[in-house]
Design a protein around this ligand. Structure first.
Ligand SMILES: Cc1cc2nc3c(=O)[nH]c(=O)nc-3n(C[C@H](O)[C@H](O)[C@H](O)COP(=O)(O)OP(=O)(O)OC[C@H]3O[C@@H](n4cnc5c(N)ncnc54)[C@H](O)[C@@H]3O)c2cc1C
Length: 469
């Protein structure tokens, strides 16, 4: 056995039988050849909160496989699988280029990020923009080989593979010219008002403030204007007030004080004063879209619902947060009807007061992907071409003190799946089981066929994936 491995959220630990680091594709092939018959997981930055990276087989750490090669026509880039998104964006910037989609942080590796369908707001997931993938696996004689996948169902499966096709060694992404974003913040009373801003600010994300129950938007739109003179000051404000100040406050409230009344007071009376309304700032997209969200340890569940169901889902989730926090429901009649239809009313009441949610609930619009398994891949529960909203719940409780969060997450994940055809992010805490996933992903059968072609013996799976996929 080698030393134990732990993920960012400290909710997943495992001991692989062997641990390798690699710097080149031949090294990956040599490791596979020497270990044929054993289960293998490649790992990136270990930022996933689900059990997706866990194994008692061998682990290959990919971070030094990080080459970046821009195509001569500057329309695409080949990237080593272990390259961090941050490094890729820096290299692309030297050519005046960037990625068409980025998440809230840039610390993930490109293979890790796309293996779970990582996304930002107002665009597709990063996986959607993959043009080709080079994957190391075994041929029918058990020899380790590398196959380049660049079309058809195999590509749609490989764009978000959950690591199940083999060890990805390189990815070709579409890229685009660098661009600027104009951002301003504004409060809204209703979900409709926050969503309406999308017409003029398609890259926006917004937050439902628990306990104040109003909305606060980061309204974003691509801009031809140059970087604002005050952009550096704005960055400093975002870093001090949001990235650091807000997180110190919620950590104190949820870890040290542990007082539901203090949490409610903070969201109703203190946080609103820290927001500078309508200050419009233009900056480079990388600076504007990425935050330092990884400075403070936390855990997250993110549910995806089709746009047509977002209002109903939000009303229900609001009431679930209220009941878990020991407060009365705000939309009791509608919530009770929905909970009764899923036979969950009594179950919810039995958990009343067990978890006080203590972080803004983030809403991001994600466009439908041309993939099989990202959370916005085609679905029987959404109309063709319908957008999705990713709604995230983050907890800063101590890793040893997360029972309340897990009760909450285990309750909302399956319920949102049953009532709204909602999915859970593969790389965040994900309590959905095999039957639920079978109903939610209409192309799961086609994905499994591709997996069987690349990995008939399931060597690139793990116990969790055996269970849920
Ligand atoms: C602070 C924080 C902020 C986040 N923000 C966002 C966000 O804004 N949007 C979003 O969608 N998600 C977000 N996430 C989730 C994160 O993007 C995903 O969990 C992502 O999968 C993590 O990438 P990683 O490099 O850490 O991969 P890991 O966690 O190391 O691995 C994830 C999966 O990828 C597989 N894998 C990794 N490398 C390879 C390879 N070379 N070949 C085959 N399989 C491989 C692993 O086996 C595992 O199954 C965030 C996570 C954190 C901790």
């Amino acid at each position: 056995m080698t030393a134990a491995i732990e993920n960012f959220g400290r909710n997943v630990q495992f001991e692989p039988s062997s641990f390798y680091t690699v710097e080149s594709e031949p090294e990956v092939l040599a490791i596979l050849q020497a270990n044929h018959g054993q289960r293998v997981r490649a790992i990136g930055s270990l930022h996933a909160w689900s059990d997706i990276a866990k194994t008692d087989g061998i682990v290959i750490e990919m971070r030094s496989l990080n080459s970046v090669e821009v195509s001569p026509d500057q329309k695409s880039v080949w990237v080593g699988a272990g390259c961090k998104v941050k490094r890729l964006l820096q290299k692309l910037a030297r050519h005046g280029l960037t990625l068409p989609s980025v998440g809230l942080i840039d610390e993930q590796t490109v293979a890790g990020a796309t293996a779970t369908g990582t996304h930002g707001s107002g665009s597709n997931s990063l996986s959607h923009f993959i043009k080709a993938v080079r994957v190391a696996h075994y041929d029918s004689d058990g020899n380790a080989i590398i196959t380049t996948i660049d079309s058809g169902d195999e590509l749609r499966a490989a764009r978000c593979s959950l690591g199940m096709l083999g060890v990805i060694v390189a990815i070709e992404f579409q890229c685009r010219k660098q661009y600027n974003i104009e951002e301003h913040a504004r409060a809204h009373k209703t979900l409709d008002a926050a969503i309406a801003m999308e017409a003029t600010h398609p890259q926006q994300q917004f937050y439902l403030m628990p306990w104040a129950w109003n909305y606060f938007g980061h309204h974003r739109v691509e801009s031809k204007q140059p970087r604002s003179r005050l952009a550096t000051l704005y960055r400093l404000y975002c870093f001090c007030v949001i990235d650091v100040g807000l997180h110190i406050a919620v950590s104190l409230l949820s870890r040290t004080l542990k007082s539901a009344a203090a949490i409610r007071f903070f969201f109703r009376h203190i946080l609103p004063w820290t927001i500078i309304n309508r200050w419009k700032v233009v900056d480079d997209s990388h600076a504007m879209l990425v935050m330092e969200h990884d400075l403070f340890r936390h855990i997250e569940i993110e549910v995806f619902v089709p746009r047509s169901k977002v209002q109903q889902a939000t009303d229900l989730l609001t009431d679930i947060v209220c009941v878990f926090g020991g407060q009365p429901k705000r939309n009791a009649d509608d919530t009770d009807t929905l909970l009764d239809s899923a036979n969950q009313n009594e179950n919810l009441e039995s958990m009343a007061g067990s978890y006080c949610h203590h972080y803004p609930i983030c809403f991001r619009r994600v466009l439908p992907d041309d993939t099989m398994l990202t959370s916005t891949a085609e679905s029987d529960t959404a109309s063709v071409g319908e957008d999705w909203y990713a709604i995230s719940f983050i907890s800063y409780q101590c890793p040893a003190d997360r029972d309340g969060f897990f009760k909450f997450a285990n309750f909302i994940g399956p319920l949102i799946a049953e009532l709204f055809g909602g999915r859970c992010h593969w790389g965040k805490y994900n309590p959905l089981d095999r039957n639920q996933n079978a109903c939610l992903y209409s192309e799961l059968g086609s994905f499994q066929k591709v997996v069987r072609r690349f990995d008939p013996d399931g060597l690139f799976s793990n116990a969790w994936l055996d269970d849920v996929v």
